[in-house]
Design a protein around this ligand. Structure first.
Ligand code: SAJ
Length: 448
């Protein structure tokens, strides 16, 4: 039997010589760019996805990824035409791969706990077909302890192999962002956590074929921790900014001035308050981190930050209510135009949209609303027409289209002139001079 050390050496040489084959399980907005980048680096890639329509489009060299992803469609077409990227719904094709990436979704459920259903299925399917000497790498963001606690046992049970003797395992969490998939994959550093130091080294050799930033080598749990911690950290930072904004609304300060001057203090980097925290990462990853110590460590800050950020859409609704009262408009008689549904400016991604949370509150209150978003198919259209007859405007996303609103023209279309600014897109004095009743997150100087 070939010694594990030799197996890894052969694998590393195959990467360097570009003779190795990589399997990628999950061809979504992370897996597909990864498959294309490795194929573009000269490696042979076999992509597997359960979605036959997606596989069909990829086989035709057509990207199934929505939104503007610079370079992706061209790269996909190129590597498919060159025969370096094959796509299939059959996991059996992975038998030919020396390296297999798992890039499937890892959501948390309503109880904030992960079930890892897709991950478990992928691990079992891979275990059934993977060849001896394979290196399996989990790119999905998982709770610390998942790769060795969930993936390893499933791989061993399905293959009959033993870790670090017959196969190798690692975690290299993705760090992509919609709109910058290829650029992030190339320019953002990666953490390679392997089941042995030699495994981490082989992983680093692989990722250095596509990553121009630093590629760090460590153990598996550290890699799992880094990804979930970096996003929990960001969530706490945003929550702090949101809480200070609410303090400003009572003390009569302007959060943006406070933040500007605070950040002049050495080592301070206060983030931005806003109308809420959406997306596929920040609302989820803190819960993945917390789930790894559920019942063992009594966490206070991380859950509290989630609660603060999740409460911002309700805060926007409360600001709206206060402004309606000042304008003597009954909420149940009001008609509100909500500007922005995507979770982030200049994006069509609506996952965990804070606006949806606001709509749920307005539905409970019986407040009628219309939605506008130039990036979201269902809500595109002429802004003035969408606003016509409304009593209030609520800005939820800092899309470029909302940065220079013609308030005089908008005012002429509206029944009442109320403006709620969730993303600091309008100077309050400008709104007031145009005849608007104004409320803004953190703009205490304008909250009577
Ligand atoms: N947000 C604020 N205030 C801020 C920053 C963001 O309210 O100061 C809100 C945004 O409006 C949005 C949500 O938080 O609703 C998330 O925004 P984000 O800028 O964090 O963007 P994401 O969710 O795409 O975050 C991803 C993360 N990357 C990965 O998980 C691989 C995050 O770690 C990155 O910092 C971020 O991209 C980025 O800036 O690239």
């Amino acid at each position: 039997m070939i010694a594990p050390k030799v197996l890894l050496e052969d694998l590393t040489q195959g990467i360097a010589a570009r003779t190795a084959t990589i399997g990628v399980v999950g061809l979504g907005y992370v897996g597909l760019p990864a498959a294309c980048m490795f194929a573009g680096a000269g490696l042979r890639v076999v992509g597997v996805d359960l979605n036959a329509e997606r596989i069909d489009r990829i086989r035709r060299g057509i990207s199934p990824i929505e939104g503007d992803e610079p370079g992706l469609a061209e790269l996909l077409e190129q590597v498919v035409a060159a025969g370096r990227l094959e796509a299939t719904t059959e996991h059996a094709a992975l038998a030919a791969a020396q390296i297999i990436l798992i890039v499937v979704e890892t959501p948390v459920e309503a109880d904030h706990m992960p079930r890892f259903g897709a991950l478990r299925s992928a691990a079992t399917a891979i275990g059934r077909v993977m060849a001896r000497g394979s290196l399996v790498i989990v790119e999905s963001t998982v709770a610390p302890g998942t790769v060795t606690g969930v993936v390893q046992p499933l791989l061993e049970a399905a293959s009959g192999f033993t870790l670090n003797r017959d196969f190798f395992l690692g975690a290299c969490p993705e760090r992509v962002m919609p709109g910058r998939l290829l650029s992030n994959m190339r320019n953002v550093s990666r953490v390679c956590g392997g089941s042995s130091p030699e495994t981490s080294r082989a992983m680093a050799t692989l990722y250095r074929t596509i990553v121009e930033a630093t590629v760090d080598e460590t153990d598996i749990v550290t890699a799992e921790m880094v990804k979930t911690v970096e996003n929990a950290y960001r969530d706490v930072q945003i929550a702090f900014a949101n809480e200070v904004a609410r303090i400003c609304e009572t003390t009569g300060a302007n959060i943006w001035t406070v933040r500007e001057f605070v950040n002049k203090s050495p080592g301070r980097h206060m983030l931005m308050p806003g109308a809420g925290v959406g997306g596929h990462c920040i609302p989820k990853d803190p819960w993945l981190l917390a789930s790894s110590v559920a019942g063992k460590v009594d966490l206070r800050l991380i859950p509290a930050a989630r609660a603060v950020n999740d409460a911002m859409p309700r805060h926007i609704a409360d600001l709206l209510c206060a402004a309606l009262a000042e304008a003597h408009v009954a909420p149940e008689a009001a008609r509100v135009a909500i500007l922005g549904y995507a979770y982030l400016e200049e994006s069509d991604d609506t996952r965990n949209s804070p606006t949806q949370s606001l709509c749920n509150t307005l539905d409970q209150w019986g407040v009628r609303y219309v939605l506008h978003d130039p990036w979201v198919e269902d809500y595109r259209g002429n802004l003035n027409e969408r606003i016509a007859g409304c009593d209030a405007l609520v800005v939820m996303v800092r899309h470029r289209d909302y940065l220079n609103l013609d308030l005089d023209a908008i005012r002429a279309e509206m029944s009442h002139a109320i403006l709620i600014d969730g993303r600091n897109v309008v100077e309050p004095a400008v709104a007031r001079n145009a005849g608007f009743v104004y409320r803004g997150v953190g703009r205490g100087e304008y909250h009577p």
